[in-house]
Design a protein around this ligand. Structure first.
Ligand code: PMT
Length: 226
């Protein structure tokens, strides 16, 4: 990794997990701690990038020299991502975004009623932010990178996801209740739309992040700065 190979680039990274509110006290969420996304932000800053970090419900301290935007839900993350992407050279979606949100937000706390079964929770789809950013690039040479959190048929699902989402690179990692989520290490395969597949052995989340930036920097090549 060249020391300042991201100098002059605006890098946008999302981290953490969205929360989809049911009522003022409850939400649907996921196990993302934000560590992988923060590792991407810290390593990009170390390589000279201007970094905007979109943090969804992360309890980690703000990394030095990084512009942090806090969001809660998928809809808020989408708004912040579209705004930050306007002048971004690359957007990396490491956040775990809820595919669905409750169809109805109850303004008051949902109460249990004696002798009645609980009402089922109806869900509606959230927008796919990664697919949207990939389809509507704000600059012809803008790069879009996604993550795929898979529990089974990891590579097969990853390849299909890369094609479906239309991004340039997809970091495929195998997750479980205590695997990757909240830990300090990760292993992955980097799938590129140009067909390259780069396995990343188990290492720190910073090591994986640096390998992602290597791939990104290689694809920037001699493209002019935006
Ligand atoms: O935060 P940590 O504890 O360090 O854990 C790291 C991680 C497991 C969260 C991370 O490595 C990871 O895999 N992040 C992506 C999680 C995820 O949402 O994966 P997915 O396969 O469901 O989604 C695929 C891609 O589409 C992701 O880039 C996701 O950000 C994006 N997406 C998904 C749904 C949606 N509605 N909009 C999206 O943009």
């Amino acid at each position: 990794a060249g020391a300042a190979d991201l100098a002059g680039r605006h890098v946008v990274v999302s981290a953490g997990g969205t929360r989809e509110a049911l009522d003022p006290v409850r939400f649907l969420g996921n196990r993302s701690s934000g560590k992988q996304g923060y590792a991407l932000a810290v390593t990009a800053a170390a390589r000279g990038a201007r970094v905007t970090l979109l943090a969804a419900n992360v309890e980690l301290p703000d990394p030095a020299g990084v512009d942090v935007v806090r969001v809660t839900s998928a809809l808020e993350l989408r708004e912040a991502a579209v705004k930050a992407a306007a002048d971004a050279d690359v957007v990396v979606m490491a956040a775990a975004v809820a595919d669905f949100r409750p169809a109805v937000y109850a303004a008051g706390k949902i109460k249990k009623v004696e002798g009645e079964e609980p009402a089922p929770v109806a869900l509606v789809r959230n927008p796919d932010i990664l697919a949207e950013l990939s389809a509507h690039r704000t600059h012809p040479s803008q790069l879009v990178v996604g993550f795929a959190a898979e529990t089974d048929r990891v590579l097969e699902n990853g390849r299909a996801k890369l094609a479906r989402k239309g991004c340039d690179l997809l970091v495929v990692n195998e997750v479980g209740e205590d695997k990757v989520f909240g830990t300090d290490s990760n292993e992955a395969v980097l799938l590129a739309a140009d067909g390259a597949e780069v396995p990343v052995p188990l290492g720190s989340k910073e090591q994986l992040a640096d390998l992602v930036w290597d791939q990104v920097a290689a694809r920037f090549g001699t493209r002019p700065l935006t």
